[in-house]
Design a protein around this ligand. Structure first.
Ligand code: ZN
Length: 65
């Protein structure tokens, strides 16, 4: 199985810990995680320091041809 990061704004350098796009603080725990029908996992984040809300997506299934 291919593991590929779908890089959306804000970009995540690695799978585990995104940086807040507003203040740059490292977030450790996603507020919410959900699978979507495109074979990805969406994580919703809320920054503890400034309250910025953003989401990241990780693609865990190969793209359909
Ligand atoms: Zn922040």
């Amino acid at each position: 199985m291919n593991a590929e990061i779908a890089c959306q704004a804000p970009c995540v350098e690695n799978v585990g810990r995104p940086h807040c796009p507003r203040c740059g603080s490292v977030l450790h725990v996603a507020e919410q995680s959900a699978f979507n029908l495109n074979g990805g996992i969406r994580h919703d984040w809320v920054c503890d320091d400034c309250g910025e809300e953003f989401a990241t997506s990780i693609r865990v299934l190969p793209l359909q041809a």
